[in-house]
Ligand binder design. Structure first.
Ligand SMILES: N[C@@H](CCC(=O)N[C@@H](CS)C(=O)NCC(=O)O)C(=O)O
Length: 338
C-alpha cells in the first residue's frame, strides 16, 4: 500500500461548525492518514483555549505535521495556506486536485498559465479574502439586529437594515452573481469552478458555498436566480470525499452540521441560533419601513398618535394647570401632612 503520508504524522484540530471541515475533506481526498482532534465551541461560540496552545490565534483549522527525523511538529494555520502546503507535499494521493500550471511549450513564461490553474490560484485567495468577509459581516449585522433587548431592537434593526441596504446586500449578491457567471464559463463546461475536475479550490470554497450560501440558496427565488451555484453546492456535497468527511464526524461526534448561524460567527450572542419564526418576525419588522405607504389606516393612526393624543394631553394639562399642589414627601413631613 502506498504511504501517501511519507512517514509524516498529521494531526487536524477540527472545531465543530467551522471552516475546518474542508481540511478534513482535503485529507480524505489526499488519502492521508491523520489524527483527528475534535473540539466543541464554548457556550459563547468561541473556540476553546486549548487551540491557543497549538497556534497563537487559537482559531480552527490548525494542522500539525511531524516529519520523520524532525524534533518538533510544524504548525500550519490559515485554511488557504494549509491547503496549499498539503497539496504541495502530499498531492500524489489525488493529482488532479491542483490543475496543471502551464500550457505545453510555454512553461515558465508570463501568461503561459492555463485558465484552470489561473482560476485555481484566484479562488484559493478569493474565498477567504473576498467572499468570507461579507458573509461574516452579514452574520455580525444579523447579531446587531437581533441580539439587543427588545426595547432597543427597533433602533438596532434600523441601523442593521441601513448597513444591509447600503453595503451588504449588494456585495453578497454581487459575489453570488459572480460565482454563477464563473460556473457558467468554467473551462470545459465545469461542473467545478476550475473545470471538469474537483480541485482543492472547490474544497476551500465549499464552506461558504454549502454553509453560508446554503442559507441564501434555501430560498426558491434565489435558487432560480443562481441555478448553477445551487447545483454546485449540491454537487460538492455529493462528492465521495465530502461524504466520508461528514461520516467521520458523525462517527466521532454523533452528528454533523454545516449550519450557517453557528458556522462562521464566534461571539457572545446566543441569539445567533434563532427560532425560525422569531427570525422571520425580526426580518419582517426590520423591513417594515420599506413597505410603508400612506393609506386610510395609516392616516387614522397618524391622526390619533400625532394629533388626538397630544391634543388631549395638552387640553388636560391646560385645564388642570395650577389646580393641584403636587409635591413629593419632603424630609420632616409627617405622613398625614403629606
Ligand atoms: N481565515 C481563517 C479563519 C479561521 C477562523 O476564524 N476560524 C473560526 C472557525 S470558522 C474560529 O476558529 N472561530 C473560533 C474563535 O474565533 O474563537 C482560516 O480560514 O483559517
Amino acid at each position: 500500500m502506498t504511504d501517501y503520508n511519507q512517514g509524516c504524522k498529521i494531526t487536524l484540530y477540527w472545531l465543530e461548525q467551522s471552516r475546518s471541515h474542508r481540511i478534513l475533506w482535503l485529507l480524505e481526498e489526499l488519502k492521508l492518514q491523520y489524527e483527528l482532534k475534535t473540539f466543541k465551541r464554548r457556550s459563547d461560540k468561541l473556540a476553546p483555549a486549548e487551540l491557543k496552545e497549538v497556534h497563537a490565534l487559537g482559531k480552527s483549522p490548525i494542522v500539525t505535521v511531524e516529519a520523520p527525523g524532525s524534533d518538533k511538529p510544524m504548525v500550519l494555520a490559515e485554511s488557504g495556506a494549509i491547503v496549499e502546503y498539503l497539496c504541495d507535499h502530499f498531492g500524489k494521493g489525488n493529482p488532479t486536485l491542483v490543475p496543471e500550471r502551464y500550457v505545453a511549450g510555454r512553461e515558465g513564461q508570463v501568461g503561459g498559465e492555463r485558465e484552470e490553474w489561473m482560476r485555481y490560484r484566484y479562488f484559493m485567495h478569493y474565498t477567504e479574502g473576498s467572499l468570507m468577509p461579507f458573509l461574516v459581516m452579514t452574520l455580525v449585522n444579523d447579531t446587531i439586529r437581533n441580539s439587543p433587548p427588545f426595547f432597543v431592537r427597533p433602533i438596532t434593526s434600523i441601523v442593521a437594515s441601513q448597513v444591509e441596504a447600503a453595503f451588504l446586500t449588494r456585495n453578497v449578491e454581487g459575489n453570488l452573481a459572480f460565482l454563477e457567471e464563473q460556473l457558467k464559463t468554467a473551462p470545459e463546461g465545469g461542473p467545478f469552478l476550475c473545470g471538469k475536475d474537483l480541485t482543492a479550490a472547490d474544497i476551500l470554497i465549499s464552506f461558504p458555498v454549502i454553509a453560508a450560501g446554503g442559507r441564501v440558496l434555501q430560498e426558491k427565488k434565489n435558487r432560480e436566480k443562481y441555478p448553477l451555484l445551487a447545483g454546485y453546492a449540491k454537487k460538492l456535497q455529493e462528492v465521495e470525499g465530502y461524504k466520508k468527511a461528514v461520516a467521520k464526524i458523525e462517527a466521532v461526534e454523533g452528528t454533523f452540521s454545516a449550519s450557517i448561524y453557528t458556522a462562521i460567527m464566534a461571539g457572545p450572542s446566543k441569539s445567533l441560533i434563532l427560532d425560525p419564526a422569531l427570525q422571520k418576525y425580526y426580518e419582517l419588522n426590520a423591513n417594515r419601513y420599506k413597505y410603508w405607504r400612506w393609506n386610510s389606516r395609516h392616516a387614522w393612526l397618524s391622526l390619533i398618535y400625532m394629533v388626538a393624543i397630544p391634543g388631549a394631553l395638552t387640553w388636560a394639562a391646560y385645564k388642570t394647570d395650577g389646580k393641584y399642589e403636587l409635591r413629593g414627601k419632603r424630609r420632616g413631613d409627617t405622613i398625614s401632612e403629606w
